[in-house]
Design a protein around this ligand. Sequence first.
Ligand code: HEC
Length: 104
Amino acid sequence: MTASFRSIQAQVFTPVCSGCHAGGAAPAGLRLDVGNSYMMLVDVASVEVPSLKRVQPGNASNSYLIHKLEGHAAVGARMPLGGPFLDATTIGLIRQWIDSGAPQ
Ligand code: HEC
């Protein structure tokens, strides 16, 4: 896995998240299947904490996606719901992608 959106989609969002986060009933309206995830994450306000962007380009620590993956979000549970949770290396690569501007 690398810190590119393509790699994160293929290694995390599609296999780990899209089982729940897809279709019209996706939790919090967040679809993470290929073709939807980028436009639903980057520069989009979170539903649970609307003052935070799901992904704020250049600022992983202030991105709600990271709060949910690390388990310190203000609302709801750690993701992926029920675990097993992502390891620190994988979360680090997602942080790196966001901190480098979250390019598509
Ligand atoms: C078993 C089902 C399930 C899986 C798998 C899952 N989620 Fe979730 N997700 C939920 C539910 C339900 C909520 C809303 C309740 C909560 O936050 O606890 C949620 C909420 C979220 C939110 C908050 C969205 C917002 O706008 O406030 C984010 C971000 C999120 N999930 C990301 C992920 C990511 C990334 C993965 C994969 C690593 C993932 N989820 C895997 C069920 C799931």
